[in-house]
Design a binder for this molecule. Structure first.
Ligand code: ATP
Length: 283
C-alpha cells in the first residue's frame, strides 16, 4: 500500500525568544504560516519490520538521524508496532534554511502513518509525539497559520494572512538552529510585537502585518552572516512590502500583495542570490 503526504514549508511571521527554561531550552512565541513550497512524502508499507528512508540530497542523512525516520521510529515504539515502512522524500524545501524542512517531513510521516496504519491518534496527541522530535513538528502537524508557544508544543490557530505572494531568497549557506540559540543573550535581544501581528491577522490588514513582522534571532544570524542583511536590503529596495528572515535563517522572505510586482522582485533577486523562489501563502 502506498500513500502520499504533502509536507509544506513554513515562514515565521514572528519569532520571539521569551525566557530560558530549567531544562536549558527557551520559551518562544512564533507565528508561522505555511507556503506552497513543499516536500512530497511517499509512504509504502513493507512486509519486514524495518524503516527505510530514501532521498536525493547530499545535505540530509537517510538513516536514524533523519527526522522522518525518527517520526516513524517513535510511532512504532510508542504503539508497539511490528510494521515496516519505506519513506521516500522528494526534497524541494531548501535544507537548514529556516523553512522547517525536516520538521514538516516528520509531521507528514506522523499524519500519513496514522492513516495507513489505522492508528486513530488525535491531532493533539500527534502534536505531543511530534514535540519529542523537534520543536517545529507540533506546528507542522496542523500547518496553516498558528502561534506556537512553550518550546513550540502549544499551538493556537490564527487566521491566515490576506492573499499575497512570498519571494524567498536564501544565500548559499546553511544555518544551524542550535548554533544560533547558543548565541542568545536575553538581555540584548530585540522583540517583535506579536500582539500587533495577531491583530493584523484578525483584521486582515496586510500593511499592518508587513510593518509588524519581526524575529528575535535576526540580529544574531546577521552578525554571523552579513549576507543575510544584504539580501534583506536588496529585497526592501526591490519593493517588497514586508521583509524578514525566517526561523534561525538564513532565508529571507518578502511579502508582496500583487503578483506582477512579486514577479519583478523575484527576477531582481535572481540576479543577486542563487536560491530564489516565488510562492503563495497556503493559509
Ligand atoms: P527549522 O526552521 O525548523 O529550524 P531548518 O529549515 O532551519 O529548520 P532543516 O531543513 O529542517 O532546517 O534541517 C536542519 C538539519 O536537520 C539539517 O542538518 C538536516 O541534515 C537535518 N535533517 C534531518 N532530517 C531531515 C529532513 N527530513 N529534511 C531536512 N533536514 C533534515
Amino acid at each position: 500500500m502506498t500513500h502520499f503526504e504533502k509536507a509544506p514549508a513554513k515562514i515565521n511571521l514572528s519569532l520571539d525568544v521569551l525566557s530560558k527554561r530549567t531544562d536549558g531550552e527557551y520559551n518562544v512565541e512564533m507565528i508561522m504560516t505555511s507556503i506552497d513550497l513543499a516536500d512530497r512524502i511517499e509512504l509504502t508499507t513493507l512486509e519486514e519490520d524495518r524503516i527505510i528512508v530514501s532521498l536525493w540530497s547530499r545535505y540530509v542523512p537517510n538513516d536514524e538521524r533523519n527526522l522522518a525516520y525518527k517520526a516513524a521510529s517513535i510511532l512504532k515504539e510508542k504503539y508497539n508496532l511490528n510494521k515496516g515502512i519505506h519513506i521516500k522524500i522528494d526534497k524541494c524545501i531548501p535544507v537548514s534554511a529556516g523553512l522547517g524542512g525536516g520538521s514538516t517531513d516528520a509531521a507528514a510521516v506522523l499524519r500519513g502513518l496514522n492513516k495507513i496504519w489505522d492508528l486513530n491518534i488525535s491531532m493533539e496527541e500527534l502534536a505531543v509525539i511530534g514535540a519529542e522530535i523537534d520543536s517545529d513538528v507540533p506546528y507542522c502537524i496542523y500547518s496553516s497559520t498558528a502561534i506556537a508557544k512553550g518550546r513550540g508544543e502549544i499551538i493556537e490557530p490564527l487566521p491566515s494572512p490576506p492573499s499575497s505572494w512570498v519571494v524567498l531568497a536564501k544565500p548559499n549557506i546553511g544555518v544551524s538552529t542550535k548554533a544560533i540559540f547558543k548565541q542568545v543573550d536575553l538581555d540584548s535581544l530585540s522583540h517583535p510585537n506579536t500582539e500587533e501581528v495577531i491583530d493584523a491577522l484578525h483584521e486582515q490588514d496586510f500593511e499592518k502585518l508587513c510593518s509588524n513582522i519581526g524575529n528575535s534571532l535576526e540580529d544574531i544570524t546577521t552578525s554571523l552572516h552579513p549576507e543575510v542583511n544584504r539580501i534583506k536590503e536588496k529585497m526592501t529596495l526591490s519593493g517588497a512590502e514586508g521583509v524578514l528572515m525566517s526561523g534561525s535563517g538564513p532565508t529571507v522572505y518578502g511579502l508582496v500583495k500583487q503578483e506582477s510586482k512579486a514577479q519583478r522582485i523575484y527576477n531582481s533577486m535572481k540576479g543577486f542570490c542563487s536560491d530564489v523562489h516565488i510562492v503563495r501563502i497556503l493559509g
